[in-house]
Design a protein around this ligand. Sequence first.
Ligand SMILES: Cc1cc2nc3c(=O)[nH]c(=O)nc-3n(C[C@H](O)[C@H](O)[C@H](O)COP(=O)(O)OP(=O)(O)OC[C@H]3O[C@@H](n4cnc5c(N)ncnc54)[C@H](O)[C@@H]3O)c2cc1C
Ligand code: SF4
Ligand code: SF4
Length: 362
Amino acid sequence: MTIISTPVLILGGGVAGVSAALELARRGVPSVLAEKGPRLGGRVRDFCCKATQACVHCGACRLGDLLAEAAARPEAAFRSLALAAEAQREGGVWQVELRPQPDEGEADPLAQPLAEKTTVNAQAVILAVGYEPFDPRRKTRFGYGRVPGVMTALELEAMLGQGVLVGHDGQPPESVAFIQCVGSRDESLGNLYCSRVCCGFALDMAGLIKEGWPETAVTFFHMDVQGYGPSWEEALPHMRQAIDFVRAMPGEVSAGENGPRVCFAGPDGQPRSREFGLVALSQGLTPPASAGALSEMFGLNRNQDGFLGEDAALAVSGAQGVFVAGTAQGPRGIVESIDHAALAAGAAMESLFRAGKEAAHG
Ligand SMILES: Cc1cc2nc3c(=O)[nH]c(=O)nc-3n(C[C@H](O)[C@H](O)[C@H](O)COP(=O)(O)OP(=O)(O)OC[C@H]3O[C@@H](n4cnc5c(N)ncnc54)[C@H](O)[C@@H]3O)c2cc1C
Ligand code: SF4
Ligand code: SF4
């Protein structure tokens, strides 16, 4: 068993965790970051550039900048395949036991795989364990896994990242539909919150489709369009010319003769149906898989949507010396997650400073 002492332990090596480590390092505060998987970068690793004529500010390339800086910061130590199993606080110090995870043979040049059980003694802990994309199987009526040509927005993004677009019959589709708010703003699931990033993500992909496959018709089924970033206001009128915006939440997606058939209510309230070569479900963000285990381990609060911590503006968790960064606290985009991580790092530094002052005064 190895024992490491560090001012700050960070759990999770996505953009939020890496940003928190860098923010601390820039101020000369050492940290240890434990990522449960083999690689740093989290979900953003899988995102492609969505620039068409110009950058659409999706934020994906920020990860490359962060990892380049991380490589040059000796204050931040990165451990991969490291999962927190137990935690206790004694004398103002968190003792967190990390356990090695199975090696999948996918080494990260920046992170050293955890070789054995390790106890990390840290004065502050930052939880940056991210989110889970909503599982569309929970909304059976949308046909995911059952109707050929229905996929998630993340699967479509992976395909576009390879420069490929194929629909239900293995051919480039003549038409693509996006269905928004899958798993978000949904009373039947108890997920009333907006996931904030999925409208922008879908419309950026619609832009890529219109650029690469200009003959493909794109339809956008939505309740509202959640704006994202300042360039949005300018871009939306152009998008409305190229994309068919349909304000309706489809009732059902079934297998049609020429691809998935989407049933929805028209503006007159009458039922309509249309077939598409491909239907992409814009799944939202849900709380991290480890939210329950971590809240128990550290005695944390969870907010009304099930994410970790309480107050988005303060990155506070409800447990002494524990802070929350990025999407672990609630839905937000890449740039916002980076900013939120800076907030969490600031709060952690303040707690170190306060503890130092208290120790000096006996
Ligand atoms: C469909 C969809 C589209 C999106 N599109 C965009 C977009 O266009 N633009 C945008 O800005 N954002 C977008 N986002 C949001 C974006 O993915 C997040 O903002 C970003 O990934 C947040 O980073 P994070 O570090 O908080 O979390 P993550 O990327 O989830 O990283 C968390 C890390 O923590 C690790 N981890 C988890 N649990 C533990 C544990 N217990 N111990 C140790 N490590 C752990 C994970 O392995 C992972 O590496 C999208 C999200 C979705 C679902
Ligand atoms: S922000 Fe997104 S669209 Fe812009 S260059 Fe980076 S990856 Fe490409
Ligand atoms: S960002 Fe758009 S698709 Fe996502 S939950 Fe909000 S309104 Fe729905």
